[in-house]
Ligand binder design. Structure first.
Ligand code: ARG
Length: 463
């Protein structure tokens, strides 16, 4: 007999039971569901809504049920539909009538809203900590490569000289924003919806703030219709995870390029690469490719939930049961990708000589050559034109700006002198970019310090 079968004369169709049940995926919220019920029962007892002795009995039995589920001694089936009714049915089987009092002043609508928020509140710090670990790895890899010169690209064309350290810190900064986005999301999510009832609250003199305090919520939701209808906290998390995965996916794309023989800037350790079953020479960057691919899955969760929610009238609709699987999948995906991605970055070998070789080609010091003329008094536009012609000449004659003889420079402009070679030396080009945010050792060290302070504020002392 179903808990809700009061007005029904006959059973639901077996296929309906299968489609309707959510126990196969919402049982993973059993801890949150039982914690919520314990707080609710304690409050009902304290408020005299149920007998305090019965409340104690309920709480003791709920603790046992929680332990039995954790130990694998208790499993549920679709017969009891979802985690809420499964626990309640088990409770009543164990303690009889007292169990039947637990659902006083409560609906599954506010119960599921509570469980889902608590579940996500518990998961966000796990994801955040994994992002912090990745940031600390990037911080360290940057620290080892302060003078590893490489080209920076625009349009995937060699553009200007930078260092591997500067590059790693670019990703560290993106990930730092991902951390603060997750923290903001957690802060906004921190509202306790129980007491919203089915949709318009309850007539019982419940104490919502007591429940909120016991469950570690900062606030209570302020409108009962909103309290049971809102899923934007999950959408916000999906958005944050999508942005985080987008960052990891861009990074993956770069690493895949850099592993190719065309670049050879980095090499993945054997533990984070795979081979080919037919081509004996292959070492493939599968982990980076998987992370790039799984990004699509996380975007899918965001789009899926946005679409489920987009036309639902207030308050609860059964469509909303579709909120959980995709959100769980996105949380799992991010949780699984981060540690492997981090280990891959931590163990990959950097090839400074190949980066340097790429930096020596492609005229990435042309801007510096123009700036040389500007520092000697020439307007930038004129300097730009002259260096453009010089580059053209070098391409036609198979030379570089470094190898071009001084007399050729002077044919273009009398302003050029012997010190031009010093000015266009790649090391000079990097080290004179002292601007805040730039690639000079001094600038990158400041970036390292800032990120280290960020990590330390969050308990990451090793950085
Ligand atoms: N299993 C349901 C869900 O996940 C719980 C809420 C059911 N509420 C209801 N009125 N049928 O959304």
């Amino acid at each position: 007999m179903k808990l809700w079968s009061g007005r029904f004369d006959s059973d639901t169709d077996a296929l309906v039971d299968e489609l309707n049940a959510s126990i196969t995926f919402d049982e993973r919220m059993y801890q949150e569901d039982i914690d919520g019920s314990i707080a609710h029962a304690g409050m009902l007892g304290a408020q005299g809504i149920i007998d305090p002795a019965e409340a104690d009995k309920i709480i003791a039995a709920l603790r046992e049920i929680r332990q039995d589920i954790a130990d694998g001694k208790l499993t549920f089936s679709i017969a009891t539909e979802d985690i809420h009714m499964s626990v309640e049915t088990e409770l009543t089987a164990r303690i009889g009538d007292a169990g039947k009092r637990l659902h006083t002043a409560r609906s599954r609508n506010d119960q599921v809203a509570l469980d889902f928020r608590m579940y996500l509140k518990n998961r966000i710090p796990q994801i955040r900590d994994k992002v912090l670990t990745l940031i600390s790895v990037l911080h360290d890899r940057a620290g080892e490569n302060l003078d590893t010169i490489m080209p920076a690209y625009t349009h995937l064309q060699r553009a200007q000289p930078t260092t591997f350290a500067h590059y790693m810190m670019a990703y560290a900064n993106m990930l730092r924003r991902d951390v603060t986005r997750l923290e903001d999301c957690l802060e906004r999510m921190d509202e306790m919806p129980l007491g919203s009832g089915a949709c318009t609250g309850t007539t019982y003199p419940i104490d919502r703030r007591r429940v909120a305090g016991e469950l570690g919520f900062a606030r209570i939701t302020e409108n009962s219709l909103d309290g049971v209808s809102d899923r934007d906290y999950a959408l916000e998390l999906m958005s944050d995870l999508s942005i985080l995965m987008m960052h990891l996916s861009r990074f993956s794309e770069e690493l895949i390029l850099w592993c190719s023989w065309e670049f050879r800037f980095v090499e993945m350790s054997d533990a984070y690469s795979t081979g080919s079953s037919i081509m004996p020479q292959k070492k493939n960057p599968d982990i980076a490719e998987l992370v790039r691919g799984k990004t699509g899955r996380v975007y899918g969760s965001l789009m899926g939930l946005l679409t489920v929610m987009k036309a639902l009238p207030l308050a609860y609709n059964k469509d909303m049961q579709e909120d959980k699987e995709q959100v769980f999948d996105a949380v799992d995906t991010v949780n699984n990708c981060l540690p492997v991605f981090t280990a891959m970055v931590q163990t990959m070998k950097v090839h400074p000589e190949n980066m340097r070789k790429a930096a020596a080609q492609g005229f990435i010091n042309a801007t510096d050559c123009a700036d040389y003329l500007v520092k000697k008094g020439m307007p930038f536009r004129d300097a730009y034109t002259i260096v453009g012609r010089l580059v053209n000449h070098c391409i036609a004659t198979g030379q570089t700006l470094e190898s071009l003889p001084l007399e050729d420079y002077r044919k273009m402009s009398e302003v050029f002198d012997r010190d031009v070679y010093q000015a266009i030396d790649l090391k000079t080009c990097v080290e004179t970019r002292l601007v805040e945010g730039g690639p000079s050792e001094k600038s990158v060290k400041a970036q390292l310090e800032s990120v280290a302070a960020f990590l330390k504020e969050r308990g990451y002392h090793e950085a």
